[in-house]
Design a protein around this ligand. Structure first.
Ligand code: SF4
Length: 67
């Protein structure tokens, strides 16, 4: 399993700028809660889920199940 940044540098920049503005809270969610701090609870659970492969909600990260 690997976690990579999106290969699209423009998306990475937009999401990272968003995270800098929110102080680390997910830029694509409204609620500023612990669960929404990057890496958010949703993506942490997707990382644990062997059947999940794909981008996090904001598309900053990509989880690949290949070694
Ligand atoms: S892991 Fe992705 S969806 Fe979750 S907070 Fe970070 S950028 Fe947003």
């Amino acid at each position: 399993m690997k976690i990579k940044l999106n290969e699209n540098e423009e998306i990475v920049k937009i999401v990272k700028d968003g995270l800098a503005k929110t102080g680390g809270y997910c830029p694509c969610r409204r609620e500023r809660t612990e669960d929404n701090k990057c890496i958010c609870k949703e993506f942490r659970e997707q990382i644990k889920d062997d059947s999940f492969e794909g981008y996090c909600h904001c598309m900053l990260y990509y989880k690949s199940n290949e070694d």
